[in-house]
Ligand binder design. Sequence first.
Ligand SMILES: Nc1ncnc2c1ncn2[C@@H]1O[C@H](COP(=O)(O)OP(=O)(O)OP(=O)(O)O)[C@@H](O)[C@H]1O
Length: 337
Amino acid sequence: MPCDKSCDFDAAIARFEPPLPLAVALSGGADSTALLRACAARWPGQVKALHVNHGLQAAADDFERHCIALCARLQVPLRITRVNARHGPGQSPEEAARQARYAALAALALDEGVAAVALGHHADDQAETLLLALSRGAGLRGLSAMPAQMQRHGVPWWRPLLAVGADEIRSWLRARGQAWVEDPSNADAQYTRNRIRTQVLPALAAALPAFRQTFARSAAHAAQAQAVLDEVADEDLARVGQPPRIAALQALSQARQAHVLRRWLAGQDGPARAAYPSSAQLQALLVQIAACRTRGHRIELRVGSGQVRRDADVLRWYNCQPSPPAPPLAGDSGPEA
Ligand SMILES: Nc1ncnc2c1ncn2[C@@H]1O[C@H](COP(=O)(O)OP(=O)(O)OP(=O)(O)O)[C@@H](O)[C@H]1O
């Protein structure tokens, strides 16, 4: 959990109590390098490392070499896998790579039988994530930023460094003479996240020195409020049914209709987020539901990559796009010393 005062790296590691054995997702960058070193020292013989080689940039092999050398020196078993993520329609190459990475890491973690996987995201990443969400006009779910713990692909994930600043992690590494690999794409100003990191965070640090802690607190408030909304949406979904009955939707306030419709659409089959409505699509659907007072009223609205249609007294969602091929998982190189 984020803390109110400045938290140093060692304190964050001391507070970290994951189930063991633990895997560290090791990119070879500063943060996961520091995390692996600290975890290997704290739980000797109980820590493994997992690395994904995306092969997306020339530096990919440098990252892999660093991971192999680091794990050999720390005597930590390392698993490496290669992914070649193809991005689906409406998906950025970075998002496709991220999703393929989580799936590949989870497959390795399950194969290794570890109890949890630790990620190196830190307080600057959290602030960037929150600012990115604001820049997209995200709702509460986006403003919740990254949780300290989550379950995905059947694996528990932990982020023990969310309260630690990026500079602190690098100072910790420098003090130990520990090298890491710098990601060359981090300097590329075409990515919004990089512009936030290089232009916005320094300005925030000058004007609002405690921004990391206060932003993290706001994200935690948003996450808590979102959890309540999810509970209400689940209760409403049980009431309106699946597929949702139009008359039952009309009995709810529009704000609750919006939440229950998002919840229903999130549960539809198809590629991730295929049924995810934009704000404009959701608004148009609410208008149609309010206007649906006669037997002949048709509803046929584009939602995500499909359509929501009226079918007698219920709404149904139809996926209009074929599923993209599953990201291939190839070249798992097996355990290495
Ligand atoms: N290729 C990868 N293989 C294994 N784990 C990864 C990989 N890329 C990212 N991760 C995990 O996800 C976390 C966050 O990723 P992100 O892309 O923000 O970090 P990074 O700058 O690539 O690496 P680091 O956080 O180690 O400096 C990393 O700290 C690491 O735990």
